[in-house]
Design a protein around this ligand. Structure first.
Ligand code: MN
Length: 239
């Protein structure tokens, strides 16, 4: 059995979400072969060298799961793209590129966070190109801690002003991007998060039937995609 989750936006201010995640780690995840976390795992991340006691406790909980034998795969989201090698090593996670082609149930499946599919949000796409290029990332990582904290506060207050946590305020994927990228990677199943619009969409890729599975964000409830012999099962649960 394989579990896929995304958009937990873990933060100290949401003990309900934190508790539900720790319960998932101690419970259902233990019998999973792999756990995939497809981005926006943390609400904010300013660097592996600046972990708070809260973030360290999450790191240790992941470590316990990985030590118990479950493979943990982590992909960056738009909020935690600074998560780095030191965190992954400490947590026992493998960092995935976005997009990432994997085999689930003998089927090639494309995994993405999803922000790169929202091409109509031109201002964000510009910011993403700027923030995610290796030179900017290197500079960001080497800024003094105080400067990174100020920058994170600024980005957070701007995003709070835009209330980007709500689905209606996040621009949805560009429909034409979906068959294009699925064709490019030769898949009939795409799994992503980010948009906070959990659903399983059927579509055509070329002449073939395909599906796009959108993971839900954790807010009033949690979401997980379970993949087992029965197939792909997306479900919500109470926090
Ligand atoms: Mn996101």
């Amino acid at each position: 059995m394989i579990l896929l989750i995304s958009d937990l936006h873990l933060q100290e201010e949401r003990p309900d979400i934190t508790r539900a995640f720790l319960d998932l780690l101690a419970g259902r995840s233990r019998s999973a072969e792999s756990l995939y976390i497809l981005g926006d795992f943390f609400e904010a991340w300013i660097g592996d060298d600046a972990m708070t006691p809260y973030q360290t406790s999450i790191c240790q909980a992941l470590r316990e799961l990985s030590d118990s034998g479950t493979n943990i795969f982590l992909m960056h989201g738009n909020r935690d793209f600074m998560l780095g090698k030191a965190f992954c090593k400490a947590a026992g996670c493998t960092l995935l590129q976005d997009p990432c082609l994997v085999i689930l149930n003998d089927e090639p499946v494309l995994l993405m966070h999803g922000d790169s599919l929202c091409t109509r949000d031109e201002a964000y796409m510009r910011l993403r190109r700027y923030l995610r290029n290796p030179v900017s990332l290197w500079i960001l990582r080497h800024l003094p801690l105080g400067a990174r904290q100020r920058l994170a506060r600024k980005l957070r207050s701007e995003s709070r002003a835009q209330t980007r946590m709500k689905a209606n305020d996040i621009i949805d994927v560009t429909p034409e991007e979906i068959p294009r990228i699925m064709q490019e990677y030769g898949v009939r199943t795409l799994v992503h998060g980010h948009t906070h619009r959990p659903a399983i969409h059927k579509l055509q890729v070329g002449s073939e039937a395909a599906r796009r599975i959108v993971l839900g964000d954790w807010d009033s409830q949690g979401w997980a995609l379970q993949v087992d012999e029965q197939g792909f099962h997306l479900a919500a649960f109470d926090l």
